[in-house]
Design a protein around this ligand. Sequence first.
Ligand code: NAP
Length: 249
Amino acid sequence: MRFKDKIVLVLGGNSGMGLAAAQMFAAEGGKVHLTGRDQTTIDAAVESIPGATGYQSDISDPAATEVVVKAIEATDGRIDVLYINAGVGGFAPLRGITEEAWDHTHAINLRGCVFALQKAIRIMGKGGSVVVTGSIGAHGALEGNGAYAAAKAGLFMAMKTFAKELISEGIRVNVVSPGPIDTPLLYRNPGMTDEQVAGLKEMMIQNIPMKRMGESEEVAKAVLFLASDDASFISGANLFVDGGLIELG
Ligand SMILES: NC(=O)c1ccc[n+]([C@@H]2O[C@H](COP(=O)([O-])OP(=O)(O)OC[C@H]3O[C@@H](n4cnc5c(N)ncnc54)[C@H](OP(=O)(O)O)[C@@H]3O)[C@@H](O)[C@H]2O)c1
């Protein structure tokens, strides 16, 4: 029960690893608030998590995040744990990247996440903990991953910087960098057929030293560790959860 009486906000908590983490935070006593874009999966997530509250809120719009923060301030007064997880994928090689696709990826995966932190820390204080979902994509080159990699690399360094800025306030900020994890994200790549996704998965599996993809719960366990007091002397860290891909590959 590491999160007993803690107020937890999961941005992007209605699917994949965000949903797994939201469920685990609640199982360990946390009062969970979660966001997403899709109302159907938000409702399903709330249904699966005792005491949870869901908000339809697009992270690329900082004003929408502010609405969520104000609602939590009104009900619970504060946020103890913030998990910034919302993100989108999308592959395109250099010659195929459109300006719209670049801006969309960066508006969600970088800009939106940064301003979400700015909005949320207003009601966070000493002992607060922030975990952000990065990606191995920020630490190794994969053809076609330029826009995503650049956004996640920017997110990583921004969060490392904010970790330093917030340390005097007693707020820790850490990044979890997943490798290939079997979530709905892979099937949301615009322009990719199911066959191409299957091929991509097989290619990734061959490159992973553990020869398998990760599960959402395996990332969520790392997130809960960094969010908890078990990690009380850790800030600015980057924890790879990638089957050894970056460190051993
Ligand atoms: N799966 C992987 O292999 C992998 C590897 C490394 C890093 N990641 C990162 O892990 C994070 C979670 O992804 P996942 O794999 O669990 O995929 P997922 O199942 O597609 O989950 C993505 C989550 O982000 C939310 N989201 C996306 N755009 C949003 C927006 N504009 N505003 C608010 N919420 C938004 C989604 O909500 P809706 O469903 O409502 O849109 C969903 O809850 C992402 O940051 C992703 O980049 C994934």
